[in-house]
Write a protein that binds this ligand. Structure first.
Ligand code: ATP
Length: 433
């Protein structure tokens, strides 16, 4: 029986800067005293995710960022429009926030399509489970709505932010592309590109349009960039903005400048796209819509996301079943009690228990998940102490090992030629078919 609970680190807060707010001045500030203890001291930016005891307060994030919650009506609507059951990430509230998703759905209902845009910053040899979340969900959206997808690999970003050479970033981008292709994307509807190879011409023109309309003060507010940062960090947000505009891809969307874009991502990317949405209409495009997920937590708990920057926080898609077992047993924060006796008496604290949170993402069977954690029936197995942490962890190891083994089999089939084919500059004639 494992000890439950763990120390969480104190974190710095970030000040709210919502879309369309004229921004000036300070951007990262101490949260006010009125904040609930759980919400105070929370930081969520593309570069940092941290929260104090209690984990990330997503309700507060929705208010700070000014996005909207995905409710049951939206989930039902997606299910109706696509004539298939909603993905479990939607059913279970993992994709929980959006911007202008209803507009995309209204237009889709009226017969208008859109394109998807997601991405990855190649900072590690392979993806970890957290990175799979947007890709698994994007594949579902692509299949369900039958729409094209552009995937940006920000090798330039990782050169600017990490201690990596350009050559290494380019190599990692190709390796990561193999993991992404292994998620099952349809080559007839998918264009993958790396910034270092692709940026130029129309894409660069859109970057320039963005650069001319975003002040340094605004970037400071949105992203915490400071005058001491190098200028690469100032330019990069325009690189992440440009794929939101269809004319950045003339080989795909020529003459279709008003085509809408939907961006699936975790909510840490929201600041980039608030900036993008602020300028979109000023430069002749529609605002991109967003569908945003919560974070797949670090093994150590919900006060931060699983991140390649901290290898001990992460399970990689290259890990063996043995490595997964070791990581889960050694590092995954348990909500169980310190002794079996106490656990049988008090049950587990599911609010902090990482194995339950991981099962919530990846255990496919809704009934089994409810059986383990259910709150309001006779079957509160783990919460009421009938199931021990060791048993829950064992089930998690099985689920993750199967997921990772399936991914590894798919990844082994991906050749260099396939990477070239996904990255080839080409029209996609049946992308809306
Ligand atoms: P890392 O430090 O692990 O490389 P990152 O944020 O730099 O993290 P990116 O490659 O920039 O990773 O992110 C690619 C996509 O994956 C983004 O949509 C990001 O929000 C999402 N993502 C990254 N980590 C997680 C996570 N732990 N849970 C859910 N989504 C995640």
């Amino acid at each position: 029986m494992e000890a439950g609970g763990a120390q969480r680190e104190a974190a710095q807060p970030v000040l709210n800067v919502s879309e369309e707010t004229p921004v000036a001045g300070v951007l990262r500030a101490v949260d006010t005293e009125e904040e609930t203890p759980a919400a105070a001291g929370q930081v969520v930016t593309p570069y940092e995710v941290s929260a104090p005891v209690g984990g990330i307060d997503y309700e507060k994030l929705i208010n700070q960022f000014g996005c909207e919650r995905i409710d049951a009506a939206i989930v039902d609507r997606i299910s109706c429009l696509t004539a298939r059951p909603p993905h479990r990430f939607l059913r279970r509230g993992i994709f929980f926030a959006h911007r202008d998703l209803n507009t995309i759905l209204d237009l889709y209902e009226a017969g208008e399509k859109f394109y998807l845009y997601t991405g990855r910053g190649p900072s590690s040899e392979s993806l970890h489970l957290g990175h799979l979340i947007p890709f698994m969900f994007t594949k579902y959206l692509q299949d369900a709505f039958k729409v094209p997808l552009v995937i940006q690999l920000t090798d330039d970003e990782k050169f600017l932010w990490k201690n990596l050479t350009i050559a290494e970033c380019k190599r990692l981008a190709r390796e990561n592309a193999k993991d992404i292709i292994a998620c099952g994307f349809d080559i007839e509807r998918t264009f993958i590109f790396t910034d270092i190879n692709y940026i130029g011409r129309e894409f660069y023109e859109n970057m320039l349009q963005v650069q001319k309309r975003v002040t340094f003060n605004k970037l400071k507010a949105l992203l915490g960039i400071t005058p001491e940062d190098h200028i690469g960090k100032v330019i990069f947000p325009s690189v992440q903005a440009a794929p939101s505009f269809p004319s950045s891809f003339p080989h795909l969307f020529s003459g279709n400048d008003q085509l809408r874009c939907l961006i699936p991502c975790a909510i840490d990317q929201d600041p980039y796209f608030r900036m993008t949405r602020d300028v979109a209409q000023k430069i002749g495009f529609q605002k991109p819509s967003l569908i945003e997920s919560s974070f797949f937590p670090a093994l150590q708990g919900e006060n931060t996301k699983m991140s390649a920057s901290d290898p001990n926080s992460a399970i990689y898609v290259t890990d063996s079943s043995k490595q997964i077992k070791t990581k889960v047993n050694k590092y995954a924060l348990s909500g169980g009690q310190d002794s079996v006796l106490l656990h049988r008496k008090l049950g587990a604290n599911l609010d902090v228990d990482v194995p339950i949170k991981y099962l919530n993402f990846f255990l496919q069977d809704d009934d089994e998940l409810e059986h383990i954690k259910k709150y309001e029936t006779q079957h509160q197995e783990y919460k009421e102490g009938r199931m021990l942490t060791g048993e829950v962890k064992q089930r998690l190891v099985e689920v993750l090992s199967e997921l990772v083994a399936t991914h590894q089999r798919a990844r082994a089939q991906v050749t260099e030629e396939m990477v070239d084919a996904f990255m080839a500059l080409r029209p996609l004639p049946n992308m809306f078919g």
